[in-house]
Design a protein around this ligand. Structure first.
Ligand SMILES: Nc1ncnc2c1ncn2[C@@H]1O[C@H](COP(=O)(O)OP(=O)(O)OP(=O)(O)O)[C@@H](O)[C@H]1O
Length: 251
């Protein structure tokens, strides 16, 4: 029988910021290949701090991270950057080239892709995120709308063909139609996904499992339908039922 190794393993992760703030306090969880998992928790619970660890942008104060079965250490840093694609909460933190085409090409170009293969990759991911290449390739990134910037940032990460996609607040700032388009897109992607979000309706729709973190610790974990319909559990940890479940009798 084939042994399937975890796409991502986080064990007893601790992180203190240089000013002493203890942002992660012994967090552990696993992601199996192909899973879509939501990461929920109140403001300041450590979600973004955790995500920044997953491709090595932050180094744990204590604990262990493995990606694709390899420890995330100095020797596997380049592998981890390729294996885990991180889409930041704020697209401004990710887009820095003059045009959309250059922004999306930047990652795969650094991986050695060039010429027609590179152009084809860029067009294909722009299509995938619903940005018509003919209209967007030459647009200047800085004057796109926030929803368009978020899609370009996602396209730039998809262009690297990561195995694991880590998204920080992907639906924040999107209008209802763009949010719906994003949900359809994320549902169709083959990648393993970890989605940090306050949008628990999105979590319910696209993630089979939900993790709840509070004060840097994992406080609940289970199937999304179970965790996200448990009003008492959610309210205990500073969260609310998804809008689509409000008004239903309590479980
Ligand atoms: N650069 C930093 N220096 C010091 N403390 C920080 C820094 N960045 C974040 N923190 C603190 O670390 C804790 C976790 O913050 P983090 O941004 O990871 O939470 P979050 O769950 O992503 O919050 P939100 O839902 O508001 O995005 C908070 O107490 C925050 O104030």
């Amino acid at each position: 029988m084939a042994i399937v190794s975890e796409a991502l393993t986080v064990e007893e992760l601790y992180y203190n910021y240089p000013d002493g703030t203890a942002a992660l306090r012994g967090l552990s969880f696993k992601l199996m290949p192909g899973e879509s998992v939501a990461l929920a928790g109140p403001n300041g619970s450590g979600k973004s701090t955790l995500l920044l660890h997953l491709n090595g942008l932050l180094r744990p104060s204590r604990g262990r991270i493995a990606v694709g079965g390899k420890p995330l250490d100095a020797a596997h840093q380049a592998f981890a950057r390729r294996y885990v694609g991180l889409v930041f909460q704020n697209p401004e933190d990710q887009l820095f080239m003059p045009t959309v085409g250059e922004d999306v090409a930047f990652g795969p170009q650094n991986l050695g892709l060039a010429g027609e293969k590179l152009r084809e990759r860029v067009r294909s991911v722009l299509d995938q995120v619903g940005l018509e290449p003919a209209r967007f390739l030459e647009r200047q990134s800085f004057n796109l709308s926030i929803g368009e910037k978020k899609r370009v940032a996602l396209a730039g990460v998809l262009a690297m063909e990561p195995e694991v996609l880590v998204l920080d607040e992907p639906s924040a700032g999107l209008d209802p139609r763009s949010r719906r388009r994003l949900i359809r897109l994320l549902k169709d992607l083959p990648q393993t996904q970890l989605v940090a979000t306050h949008d628990l309706d999105l979590a319910l729709e696209i993630c089979s499992r939900t993790l709840i973190v509070e004060q840097g610790r994992l406080v609940a974990e289970g199937p999304s339908e179970q965790i996200l319909s448990d009003r008492v559990l959610l309210e205990t940890h500073g969260l609310e039922l998804p809008l689509c479940l409000m008004g239903r009798p309590d479980r």
